[in-house]
Design a protein around this ligand. Structure first.
Ligand code: GDP
Ligand code: MG
Ligand code: K
Length: 281
């Protein structure tokens, strides 16, 4: 049968281990589904003739290179190139959890979101337009309650679907960083596009974003290519001009833009119970 390599990526306490344990098969099985544990961080699910290999990665709030966990998870995704990333998101803490999602979007990989702790969101009485949020993020979203095994089968159905599809369910989106940053990103991408050896290994947009974020790990990656000095000089120039214009670190400009994007998406799709009651009174 066909194998699909999948990794679990999400914030600490978002429910990764619960999802992993359920998938591995300590619970009751139904019909065409079964799961086995291969190692503490690797399991194999059989579903509809597919073998889905699942790796549980360390919890992390971001994919920047500030902590060992962040670096590990990002390197793992870039080096191992999993077929599909399951992004586990704590639905009771969406704003913070979606930060990591914006970075996965920049990585230009296949992502399915497990909207976990969905019971907590509904218990609070909040409402979320899941389809619409999925469209805004360009990512299919499946509500789950990992601790009870709810939604997991549907999640893996989506993993298979996104792996097989030639036409994606949602159009891949780009986080919009605003005109000035976008201009800097574009001029960096133009330099990066000139080297196929680089673009074979990483998304040009992600590299450009990471250069503006002053990501430390980017230097060791890019330094293997002959264009390194040219790209680095251009990046320093773009950073200097952005910082002069906005009087702020370019890395902060990028993360503020990410949070702005998240706030915009949630404003359109998420209603807290208090606000629903206010609008009715
Ligand atoms: P990890 O740090 O991402 O591996 O998260 P865990 O799987 O260890 O889960 C953290 C806590 O949340 C545990 O107490 C779980 O039992 C609980 N939990 C996991 N999934 C859910 C869920 O969907 N709903 C609720 N209410 N609790 C959950
Ligand atoms: Mg865990
Ligand atoms: K919880």
């Amino acid at each position: 049968s066909k194998q699909i390599n999948v990794v679990l990526v999400g914030n600490p306490n978002s429910g990764k281990t619960s999802l992993f344990n359920y998938a591995s098969g300590s619970n009751e099985r139904t019909g065409n589904y079964s799961g086995v544990t291969i190692s503490p961080h690797e399991s194999l699910v059989s579903l509809n003739g597919y073998r889905i290999n699942i790796v549980d990665l360390p919890g992390t709030y971001s994919l920047s290179a500030y902590t060992p966990e962040e670096t590990f998870v990002r390197r793992y995704i870039i080096d191992k190139q999993p077929d599909v990333v399951i992004n586990i998101v704590d639905a009771s803490n969406l704003e913070r959890n979606l930060y990591l999602t914006t970075q996965l979007i920049d990585m230009d990989i296949k992502v399915v979101m497990a909207l976990n702790m969905y019971d907590e969101l509904t218990t609070k009485g909040d409402t979320l337009h899941i389809e619409q949020l999925g469209e805004l993020l360009g990512i299919p979203i499946v509500p789950t309650i990992a601790s009870k095994g709810k939604g997991i089968k549907q999640l893996f159905d989506h993993v298979i679907q996104i792996h097989e599809e030639t036409e994606p369910t949602y159009r891949h989106i780009h986080i919009q960083y605003g005109d000035d940053i976008e201009k800097s990103l574009h001029s960096l991408q133009e330099l990066i596009w000139k080297n196929k050896h680089i673009t074979d290994k990483a998304s040009s947009r992600l590299l450009a974003v990471q250069l503006l974020e002053k990501d430390k790990s980017i230097d060791s990656f890019l330094s293997q290519f002959s264009e390194y000095e040219t790209i680095k000089t251009k990046a320093d120039h773009e950073i200097a001009s952005l910082e002069k214009q906005f009087h702020e670190e370019s890395s902060s400009l990028i993360s503020e833009a990410r949070y702005g994007f998240i706030a915009g998406a949630l404003k359109e799709t998420y209603q807290k119970k208090e606000d629903i009651q206010l609008s009715r009174s």
